[in-house]
Design a protein around this ligand. Structure first.
Ligand code: ADP
Ligand code: MG
Length: 275
């Protein structure tokens, strides 16, 4: 699947006060099979951008093209688009509303006319992928899960539909180190299976460990769209965006100042950064 945003601008409408644009003339293309990171500080418009991919928000100007077709043209099926593009929201509560974890994960599957047995198997497999034990979690209420468990359950509810494109908004927020590694591996595996994956995060450590291409947002505009390696050559862009440099990059800079030679540094960089 191919997603293309063309000269897209958007402002939230509020009564009375003039609305300032939150997205300004965005041009972005995500091609099939890509693994791309969308980075940017809090408030730069990342979550707003994501909601344009499936028509949850409508641009004031510009177009969203899915496989070349304008998402807002007549007779486009939003439900089909939403089956093909799975969004995992920044706040898992937005995605969890059933009484049990089982029903939440099964929610989208219920439209697929599966046998009870097949449905249960798919839910079981999705929970296994996110590291939640089926027997202990199936009957629990999502309300009483920990932050990290909620995030995993919400992820399971999207993975279970096996979307062609997976877009995740701050997927590791609220997870401990073990959880971050587990989710990172799930995303690598999903991409390795031929899917398109876009990861939105203000945490460069995560972005740099996973992706080759980074889109950097600031004040509702795209300030950089190129390889992670190229972005590391321009650390002033990250500083201007108010983002903490990836930890591994800071350590390597310090080693360089202490005279470790470039060949060794470059080998280390390769080991820690996907680029
Ligand atoms: P990010 O995900 O990068 O933190 P957001 O897309 O959430 O950025 O927010 C971008 C800007 O839009 C911020 O200034 C935020 O306050 C504003 N904003 C976000 N959601 C809404 C909303 N529902 N109504 C009005 N303003 C919003
Ligand atoms: Mg956000």
């Amino acid at each position: 699947m191919h997603i293309r945003l063309e000269n897209l601008s958007f402002a939230y409408k509020s009564l009375g006060s003039p609305s300032t644009p939150v997205l300004r003339n965005i041009n972005l293309e995500i091609t099939a099979g890509e693994l791309v990171g969308i980075a940017g500080p809090s408030g730069s418009g990342k979550s707003t951008l994501m909601q344009h991919f499936t028509g949850l928000l409508k641009p004031d100007a510009g177009r969203v093209l899915i496989d070349g077709r304008d998402l807002w043209a007549p007779r486009i099926s939003f439900s089909e688009i939403r089956r093909r593009i799975g969004l995992v929201f920044q706040f898992p509560e937005t995605q969890l509303f059933e009484e049990t974890v089982f029903d939440d994960v099964a929610f989208g599957l219920r439209n697929l006319q599966l046998s009870a047995d097949d449905l249960s198997k798919r839910v079981q497999e999705a929970l296994r992928r996110v590291g939640l034990d089926f027997d202990s979690f199936r009957g629990r209420s999502p309300i009483y899960l920990s932050e990290g468990e909620k995030r995993r359950a919400a992820l399971a509810g999207v993975l279970v539909m096996n979307p062609e494109t997976l877009v995740l908004d701050e997927p590791t927020a609220g997870l401990d180190r073990h959880g971050v590694l587990a989710v990172s591996q799930i995303l690598r595996d999903y991409h390795a299976a031929g899917k398109t994956v876009a990861i939105i995060s203000h945490q460069l450590d995560l972005i740099f460990s996973l992706v080759e291409r980074v889109v950097l947002m600031k004040d509702g505009a795209i300030h950089f769209d190129d390889s992670a390696r190229e972005l590391l050559r321009q650390p002033h862009l990250l500083e201007a965006a108010g983002l903490a440099l990836p930890r591994v990059f800071v350590i390597l800079q310090q080693l360089q100042q202490h005279g470790v030679d470039d060949v060794k540094l470059s080998a280390m960089l390769k080991r820690f950064i996907k680029a």
